[in-house]
Design a protein around this ligand. Structure first.
Ligand SMILES: Cc1ncc(COP(=O)(O)O)c(C=O)c1O
Length: 348
């Protein structure tokens, strides 16, 4: 589905997706209210739908994934607590240190395999003030990211998730999923999200990535948690008024753009296998499970980015020799063939 206003093949992220004609029509047809006054029926419908899909009680529509995670941390913790997560996780790497600035918590980092935690590593990382003569902070929240973006877009196995949830709860920690791309994981592992999230305390889900909505994320959890979260959303400046127009895009995305994520995964896999055969480029094929391809390049990331850009292809550099290409709903089979062809001219 090209439906995109640029000639370029933009593989920088799945966040570049734009509303399609059908999504815009759904937006135009939506009935809206004032969501801060709690009477926007389209926002209500979206929140109710996602809560039901997650097998949880309630949800809150928020402007971004970053805000959703920030609100979750603020609502689940008290200043002086510690949260536990993987070193490459988005919350730690790319959310401006919001956990420290907005919630006053410290972080215990775990070096995972392909961006993923294990129950053993989580158990080892949780520190408690009690029994430490007050030396330690209180580890009270564990965060997992599924798919794990910097892990390559990898998916947790259900057994691992279940074991991490059990470990967190045994240690009196809440467990939150940064499920920015939870539907990529659900499609890849063929797991309904309510099963995936069994016994999780909260999840943040992005609508504006592979699902193709222009703006918005959903924070989902118990009624009590969402009531607290709603207050923090207001305080963080995330209360929106006629946000039903955006919620309508989210509802459209949930109805039409979930199953098709499998196409993005197939294209990413084909792209990765093709480039990995070329001299000068290396890809860890095992980590290409969903829509992301991390490419290591002998010519260096900046030069590769520049060369590709000259051919109308945009990727992001994520290290001195690594670039990331993300497949999404505007990327066609023809686009993938063109990218492979351009890479072949750059191979040595
Ligand atoms: C795993 C993950 N979590 C959270 C976010 C934050 O989302 P947003 O850009 O909407 O703030 C992103 C954004 O790319 C992400 O990849």
């Amino acid at each position: 589905m090209r439906e995109y206003n640029l000639d370029r093949i933009d593989l920088r992220s799945d966040t570049v997706t734009q509303p399609t004609k059908a999504m815009k029509e759904a937006m135009m047809a939506s009935v809206v209210g004032d969501d801060v006054l709690q009477d926007d029926p389209t926002v209500r419908a979206l929140e109710e739908k996602i809560a039901k899909m997650c097998g949880m009680e309630a949800a809150l529509f928020v402007p971004s994934g970053t805000m959703s995670n920030a609100i979750a941390i603020r609502a689940h913790t008290s200043p002086g607590d510690e949260i536990i997560m993987e070193r490459t996780s988005h919350i730690y790497q790319y959310e401006g240190g919001g956990y420290a600035a907005l919630s006053g918590v410290s972080v215990a980092l775990i070096d995972g395999e392909k961006g993923q935690l294990t129950p053993q590593a989580v158990a080892k990382a949780i520190r408690k003030a009690e029994g430490s003569l007050g030396h330690y902070p209180d580890g009270t929240m564990v965060c997992v990211e599924n798919t794990a973006n910097r892990g390559g877009g990898t998916c947790y196995s259900q057994d691992n998730l279940d074991a991490i949830v059990a470990t967190a709860h045994e240690h009196n920690c809440v467990i939150h999923m940064d499920g920015a791309r939870i539907f990529n994981a659900a499609i890849k592992t063929e797991t309904p999200i309510d099963r995936m999230l069994r016994n999780f305390d909260s999840v943040s889900i992005c609508l504006s990535k592979g699902l193709g909505a222009p703006v918005g994320s959903l924070l989902v959890g118990s009624k009590e948690f969402i009531a607290k979260a709603s207050r923090w959303r207001k305080l963080f400046g995330g209360g929106m008024r006629q946000s039903g127009f955006l919620a309508a895009c989210g509802l459209f995305a949930l109805e039409h753009n979930v199953a098709r994520l499998a196409e993005d995964h197939d294209r990413a896999s084909y792209l990765a296998q093709s480039i990995n055969k070329m001299n000068g480029f290396t890809i860890d094929l095992d980590s290409v499970e969903t829509n992301m391809v991390y490419i290591d390049s002998e010519m260096g990331a900046k030069k590769l980015m520049h060369e590709l850009a000259n051919h109308g292809i945009d990727v992001l550099d994520v290290g001195p020799t690594a670039v990331r290409a993300v497949v999404h709903l505007h990327v066609t089979d023809e686009d993938i063939e063109k990218v492979i062809q351009v890479f072949s001219t750059l191979a040595n």
